[in-house]
Design a protein around this ligand. Sequence first.
Ligand code: PEP
Ligand code: MN
Length: 364
Amino acid sequence: MIIEIEKEYEETIEQIAEYVRSLNCRPDILYGDLYTVIAVEGDASRQDSDFIENFQGVVRTWRISSPYKTIARKVVGDQSEKIERDRRIVRVPGPDGHVRQFKDDHFVFLAGPCAVESYDQTVAIAEGLARLADRYDIRDRLILRGGAFKPRTRPWDFRGLGEEGLEILDKARDITGLPYATEVMSVIQVDLIAAHADMFQIGTRNFQNFNLLERVGLAQKPILYKRGIAAELDEWLSAAEYIALQGNKDIVLCERGVKSTTHGDYNRSHLDLDVVPAVRDRTILPIIVDPSHSAGYAALVPYQFCAASVFRANGAMVEVITDEIERKSIRCDARQAVRLSEFEKMIQFQLKIEEIGISFTGHD
Ligand code: PEP
Ligand code: MN
């Protein structure tokens, strides 16, 4: 429900906010020029519009029609006027004192191994990334990634080191100062991963695991939330609403390619970049792109990375190896990992684009 209140009735705003909280709902207060608007987030059946309309200064109330009320960018009024919510800035602080921010016109780099396979491998990659962060002065926007719990298509494939993997990531963070994101696959892993990681990752296979979404929504940690392998935009955003409804709006959406026509040995899924402006238009949440899983082949990853940047994504996540020799030994997603030297060129591309300062604003 949306409640429109005349600006000067500050006491009413407070009283209604209190009433909303007493219903176990959340008031999202938006201050406009003429009116203050309270967007009520939570179970709509409990909200009594007649009761609310009796407060002094209340102009009117109406129901939010968007299927994802908590994260919708535009709230349409009963006379078709639109109220725009501010975009969510998602912050990931690191032990190095820098806060990574997912926000407008700001590009965050996430990189690391697909899976944490050993201490030496993970720390070597993290150190390589930290060197790049310092060389290009992008420490405040570089996050390490790596899976300790790996969802694998076949059960006999390497499924990650589990808790030991988290401990290795902790050490890599201690050594480099970089915060890290890692995948949570199940409700029973949430507390363990929350005790270690700086950011949860929810993978494509779990995009509609509603119990997991609600559970991570209760944990006060940012969430990197991937699109399902064949998810429609509405399904994806409605599922994100499950997380946000629990009170955690620190969600970064991640487009990682969808099932469609693929070209044999040339790609793995189909990168749907059109979804980036659509998400920006529909929601307050930032969106990044994962060219590694969409491309599936190292040779294709840099091009998709650059395209994501041009589409004004808020960042990209790339799987990396330190050098070509490593490709032969790693047990997870070896084909798509790019060398750190190649990742460096992607950083250079992004910084160049920022320096030139061209951005198309056709959509919003
Ligand atoms: C990953 O990031 O390593 C991963 C398993 O991704 P996805 O869920 O997109 O397949
Ligand atoms: Mn992977």
